[in-house]
Design a protein around this ligand. Sequence first.
Ligand code: SAM
Length: 403
Amino acid sequence: MAPPPRAAEVSDRLRRLAAILTAHRDVVVGRVDDPAEVRWATARGWDGYLLGLGDDALARAERAPALALATDPHAPADLRALAREVEDATRVRRLDAVPASPIRGASESKRAQVAALREALRHAGTGAGRVIDVGAGRGHLTRALSHALELPAVGIERRPEVVEAARALGRAPLDRDLNVRFEAAEVDDRLAPRPDDLLVGLHACGALGDALIRAAAVSGARALLVPCCPQKIDSEARAPISALGRALDLAFAGPVLGLANRGGLGEGPVSQEDALGRRERRRALRRLLRDAGVSLAPGDEARGINRKRFRGPLTPLVEAAFDRRGLPMPSARQVAQAERDAAIEHARARRLSVARALLARPLELALALDRAALLAEAARPVEVVEAFARAVSPRNLAIVALA
Ligand SMILES: C[S@@+](CC[C@H](N)C(=O)[O-])C[C@H]1O[C@@H](n2cnc3c(N)ncnc32)[C@H](O)[C@@H]1O
């Protein structure tokens, strides 16, 4: 890895992103739930252009909003300028790609993620005494790091059944001699590492990432965090953890934080078609629930339903959602009508959402830099990098503090 950058690079970048987000706060908070009422688009005169996007231009803009909008001569000048600024402000160093090794029970994507983190840490020569992997899941990273760094490792995971799976995988011939153990526990701000610990989290969701960084800042432990799903928090909003983040007013409500998890539709293992199909079905389900008198906060329609169901046909999904609420199932005609209405609404919402999706990466990077800023404020050399290609997983930012 390159020499640690100056703290000023973290704060300058965070200020630049905060300027973008603050100037477009209405867009950031303005989810396109009802495409008939998107004030930020009409107020800026962007609606005509966005709603007129052809299918190919739309697909391009959904995959890479900043690049597509910055280079579209038909886009309004201020939208194009914003896209150029976003492109520039969100460019971060990417770690060199490394070949993945086989890992029993891990997807191709997970193998590539683990390989990238393992190499980043191996070359850094961390000198740590122990690895603590928070939100360890089935422990693929925990075992790989223990093996590569020749260190004892502890994987902490809150779901006991997943901890069992991690332990079972660790009994395989190649892994059973490793000094690795798994604990079923909730990680929160009580996490108290030793100064010579290396704290890692791969796709550590929501508040878990904040707990890791706070613990590293207080204890001096080394840290490498690849965050994801910032919206998975128990509180209504996430408050910034750094003094600079607070000064820049970077607090966001849970559903708004979901934007940071959305950038680059179709990047990573979920295809663009799959992701869009899910959104259209969610929209149809939402209409049916509303018609049945259910009042819904954003995202409520999906709560308690296995995500995989959103990949399949609409009727069984509606059955599951209505059954869960003890409501009578709507008729086949009502379901078919909701499907047709949702398709029309979805086409409009997709187009308007492109401008909001432009702000997804700035928000994601700002959240990462807020965490990096806390470490910088604790006088730790810290960098935010892309740990692997977005095709491996779009949640690829890493906060790295290894000294
Ligand atoms: C997206 S998964 C990633 C798992 C693993 N690190 C990997 O990359 O394969 C996040 C994991 O963190 C666990 N988790 C989330 N919040 C947690 C917390 N506060 N304490 C412990 N585990 C947590 C979840 O149960 C889940 O297994």
